[in-house]
Structure formats: C-alpha cells, structure tokens
Design a protein. Structure first.
Ligand code: UD1
Ligand code: UDP
Length: 370
C-alpha cells in the first residue's frame, strides 16, 4: 500500500485534488492510502468548504488553520506544522499541486525529511521572478522526485533547466479531468444564470486576483476602467476574490453601483463552470480560468504581462493584454476584448491530455512503490 500525503490550501488546489481523490476511490483504493492535509491558506466558506461539498473531496485528516499573512509568516507556519505531520505519518510520497505558498511549504518540509515529492503541474514558468508563484514553482520542481507535467512547453522548460528526464512524466492537465467530470453536472445543477438574470452568450465574465494586479493601484484602476468601458456594450460579471475586494476598498475604487457590472462574492465551482461555459468572453488573470475558457471554447483575454500557459496563446485562444499604468493599456484591453468577441478562433488542438491525468499520476507512483 502506498501512503500518499497530499497537500492543498488554495481554491485551485481543491479543484485539482478532486480528480485525484476520485481516481483513488474508484480505481486505486486497494493500492493507495491518501492522507489529505489542508493548510488553511484559503478558509472562507466560499473559498474552501464549498469545493469539498460540491466536488465530494474527502474531509482532510488535518487542517492546519494557517490562514492569511505575509509570505514568510504564512509559509513558515505551514512548514513547521507540515513537518510535525510528516514525522508522525511517515508517508511514502508527499504530493503538492501548482505554485502557491502551500505548495512550496509541503515540498520543503518533505525534502528536508528525505521524503519523496511529487509535483503536479510541474514545469510551468512565467520567467517573471517578481511573482511569488514563480519562485514557488521553480524551487518545488528542483526538489521534486516526480514531476507531472501538463503539456509540451512545460516539459521543454524542465529540460532547459537540466532536470533529469527519468523524473518527468507528461500526463496532461489534472484540471481537465475535473472539467470533463463536472461540465454537465454544472449545466444541470447550477442556477447562477437565472439568479443573476443572465442570458447565455450575452455577458463577459471577469476574474482578477493576482498580486501584481491587485496590489498596484494603477493596474487595478486600469482593469476596472477597462471593465467599465466594456460594460457600455456588454454586461460584465465579476465574482470577486477576497484579496481584490480588499484592495478595491483600500484604493477607494467603486464599481458596485455600475448598472451593467454585476459584482458577486466568489462562487462555487459548479456556478463558475456555468458562468464560464455561457460567457461570450472571459477576461482573467487566473491560471485555472485561462484553461477552463479553452476547455469550454470561450475566447480569453489574459490581464497579465505574460502567461505560463503559452500553448493557449500559440493556438490563438488566449491573448495577453497587460494592464500597465498608462491609459493606452486600458484602450488595448478594451479593443482586444471587443475584437475577440467578434473573431472567435477555431479549435485545432487539445494540448492538455485526455482527461485521465489523475490515473497516469497514480499509476506512475504505484508502479514505483508497490
Ligand atoms: C493564492 C496564491 C495564488 C493563487 C490563489 C488562488 C500564493 C503566494 N498565492 O493567492 O498563486 O492563484 O491563491 O486563488 O500562494 N483571503 C480571505 N479569505 C480567504 C483567503 C484569502 O479573505 O479564504 C484574503 C486575505 O485578505 C488574504 C488575501 O485574500 O490576505 C490573499 O490570500 P492568499 O492566500 O495570501 O493569496 P491569494 O491572493 O489568494
Ligand atoms: N473559481 C471558482 N469560483 C470563483 C472563481 C474561480 O470556483 O469565484 C475556480 C475556477 O473555475 C478555477 C479555479 O477556481 O477552477 C481557479 O482558481 P483561482 O483563479 O483562484 O487561482 P489560479 O488558478 O489563478 O491559481
């Protein structure tokens, strides 16, 4: 029996974990024992509990309740608490997802105890070391023993950094597994469109939460100004991350009163999938939402200077529009968005696997350990 200790903490990690836990339950229950540790990085009911309920993720054996804080404080507390659990549980492998502070804390704690590390979503790079996520993912990749890579560009990045080929498995994107499983369920169960009085394909969906956008007043103001201009033509729906709400208040930016912009609290996964599938266009700085836009054939404008998911840009499904600090950039976001609404690309490739990523990961680990 392989004892696999998985670490989650932030919203997108729960969505990724749902696919792995389901595959364990359905196909690997007699070979893999999963111990789930929730760091508590995200803790509001609509940033955490709702995903466990909707996606039927098993209740974590441990919740570290670390909560919010500066990078050092948050990561340090996780590291200390994860170490205690690893000493107690002695897992064969610690598995971490993505690039958050929960990811690097899990990888560091395991590596210092010489426990094998599996990194799901390895090899992604923005080549922007000012992003906390870039540091987290590079360090995690370089101490991982199993690097599970979603697509070819990420493989190339790891090869360029000299990571041993034997550690790498190209396995597709685990979020695609979750998307395939829940797309239809979302259509049947979500009531978000009537609740917000939305008609399919008659609104633009936006999400903003990246520190480099929210924490810089000019960038956040430019994004909001772009949304206001787009809202002159199309209804805009913005489920708002708590980080973004905090900074909108701090900078005194008010969009709640705008007649054609609908601001909501963060929504659950099924509502989000329904909002995404039925959107005319998505504007986002989220990694997960960029991919989901592609899965659901919705064109996407990414509000960043660069993206890790470069194949989506190469395929014409994703266009970068940077919200830097001149009014020209606002105009560029608006023009790109309006152009894209008229010129939806055709889908010519499917770079993120077949929706069986969780199985490939488990099979790889089980083959090595049992
Ligand atoms: C984190 C990840 C980011 C990921 C995102 C997913 C890091 C460095 N960043 O960013 O890579 O894309 O999660 O959503 O790990 N807050 C609440 N309630 C919550 C959670 C957060 O109010 O349940 C507020 C707090 O004010 C907190 C702020 O949001 O300070 C930021 O939360 P944090 O987890 O530090 O970073 P995210 O911006 O969520
Ligand atoms: N998501 C959600 N509700 C929301 C916003 C996002 O369920 O209100 C989901 C979204 O569908 C995707 C994931 O959260 O699966 C993306 O997480 P986020 O944008 O917070 O982080 P990132 O992917 O950028 O790390």
């Amino acid at each position: 029996m392989l004892t696999l200790l998985t670490i989650i903490g932030a919203r997108p990690q729960m969505i990724k974990a749902a696919a792995l836990s389901r595959a364990i339950e359905q196909k690997y229950a007699d070979q893999v024992r999963e111990i789930i540790v929730h760091t508590g990085q995200h803790y509001d009911a609509n940033m955490s509990d709702i995903f466990f309920q909707e996606l039927q993720i098993p209740t974590p054996q441990y919740n570290l309740h670390v909560g919010s804080g500066t990078h050092g404080k948050q990561t340090g507390q996780m590291l200390e608490k994860i170490e205690v659990i690893l000493l107690e549980e002695k897992p064969d492998v610690v598995l971490v997802y993505g690039d958050t502070n929960s990811t690097i804390a899990g990888a560091l704690a395991a590596s210092k105890l010489h426990i094998k590390i599996a990194h799901v979503e390895a090899g992604l790079r923005s080549f922007n070391k000012k992003m906390p996520e870039e540091i987290n993912r590079i360090l995690t990749d370089h101490c991982a023993d199993f690097l599970f890579v979603p697509a070819q560009n990420a493989l190339q990045n790891l090869q360029n950094e000299g990571i041993e080929a034997g550690k790498i498995t190209v396995c597709g994107d685990i979020m695609y597994d979750t998307s395939l499983h829940y797309a239809q369920i979302a259509e049947q169960q979500s009531r978000i469109l009537p609740a917000l009085q939305l008609q399919p394909k008659q609104y633009v969906l936006a999400t903003i939460h990246r520190a480099e956008n929210t924490d810089v007043p000019e960038r956040l103001k430019n994004i909001v100004e772009a949304l206001r201009q787009i809202a002159e033509k199309h209804r805009v729906v913005l489920p708002i991350h708590p980080r973004t709400r905090k900074y909108l208040q701090n900078y005194n930016i008010n969009i709640e009163q705008h007649p054609n912009i609908t601001l909501t609290d963060p929504v659950g996964y099924l509502d989000m999938v329904s909002l995404e599938k039925n959107a005319l266009l998505i504007l986002t700085d989220s990694g997960g939402v960029q991919k989901e836009a592609f899965f659901y054939d919705v064109p996407c404008v990414t509000l960043r200077d660069e993206t890790e998911w470069t194949e989506l840009v190469d395929l014409g499904w994703n266009t970068l529009a940077s919200p830097t600090d001149t009014p020209t950039d606002t105009t560029k976001i608006v023009q790109t968005a309006l152009h894209y609404i008229q010129n939806t690309p055709a889908k010519v490739a499917s770079p993120y696997g077949k929706g069986n990523t969780a199985e490939i990961i488990l099979e790889t680990l089980v083959t090595r350990y049992i």
